[in-house]
Design a protein. Structure first.
Length: 276
């Protein structure tokens, strides 16, 4: 059943507040929480929760952040989705599952989790992002050159690319990526070509299940985490590919057939030196 929306005019600020009064009630119910339970989690009274759920008041900004983290939804959703969230790096429309996170776990509604993760920006070079996007956008009805032209025109209008030269930590992050690439190449895995680029990858799309000798399967990634990695064609030809994945803690190399079939774990290695 669609959640009902109610409009409330706040004369003191001269703005229209979207209050989706059943949202918090529904989210609380899904978690099996009472009003008292929720109040304790976000440091308010039960009466405050009751007023939110009747549409009498809305949570303040800090409480909205706590609710967002608790229920794993965006503040935009809590307020009834009054605007369409757009990643300010790649331009992708954002659903709650796509929204990025800060290092402390809070959602960052400015970016998708492919472009920003744990306080780190994934792309510093617009051309690198364009090539990644074109690979995912191009098709029969949207040729690669048309997709590339569209991205080159659209990206400069987004906030990230308007200000990216002023963002802190760019040099450190690029150094981190270069270090990971160097570590992968130092493995000298037979048949694996030289690693030259790493892209942002979300765990659930690359979290392959590897079969153990006892018949059971095991996964090494977290579905909601963002990693740096790439897919590399085997240097000896054929349909088998190498998949590489890394974060600040480990390097993983696997091999598989098309679309991740018959995956084999080649190497899972704890990184010896972690960046500060």
């Amino acid at each position: 059943m669609p959640l009902r929306r109610a409009l409330r005019y706040n004369g003191s600020e001269g703005v229209i507040l979207w209050i989706q009064k059943n949202i918090i009630l529904e989210l609380r119910t899904r978690k099996g929480m009472s009003q008292d339970d929720l109040a304790e989690k976000v440091f308010v009274t039960r009466q405050a929760v009751s007023r939110w759920e009747t549409g009498e008041t809305t949570p303040n900004t800090q409480t909205l952040k706590l609710l967002s983290r608790l229920f794993d939804v965006s503040i935009n959703t809590l307020l009834g989705s009054p605007r369409q969230l757009i990643c300010q790096c790649c331009g992708m429309p954002l659903a709650d599952d796509d929204v990025s996170r800060e290092a402390d776990g809070f959602l960052n509604e400015e970016y998708c989790k492919w472009c920003y993760c744990d306080g780190e920006y994934m792309y510093r070079d617009m051309d690198d992002l364009i090539e990644v996007c074109v690979q995912n956008m191009a098709g029969k009805d949207f040729p690669a050159e048309q997709a590339r032209s569209y991205m080159k025109e659209m990206l400069p209008t987004l906030r990230y690319w308007k200000q990216h030269v002023h963002l802190g930590g760019a040099e450190e992050y690029e150094a981190y990526k270069r270090k990971l690439i160097e570590e992968f190449n130092d493995l000298h895995i037979e048949g694996m070509p030289k690693v030259e680029r790493l892209n942002a990858l979300v765990g659930r799309y690359i979290n392959l299940a590897y079969r153990l000798p006892n018949g059971k399967t095991v996964k090494f990634l977290e579905d909601t985490a963002t990693y740096l990695g790439n897919e590399l064609a085997c240097a000896y030809g054929g349909s088998r590919c190498f998949g590489i994945v890394a974060n600040r803690e480990f390097l993983l190399v696997c091999a598989y057939e098309e679309k991740g079939k018959d995956p084999e774990l080649v190497m899972h290695k704890k990184r010896e030196s972690l960046p500060e």
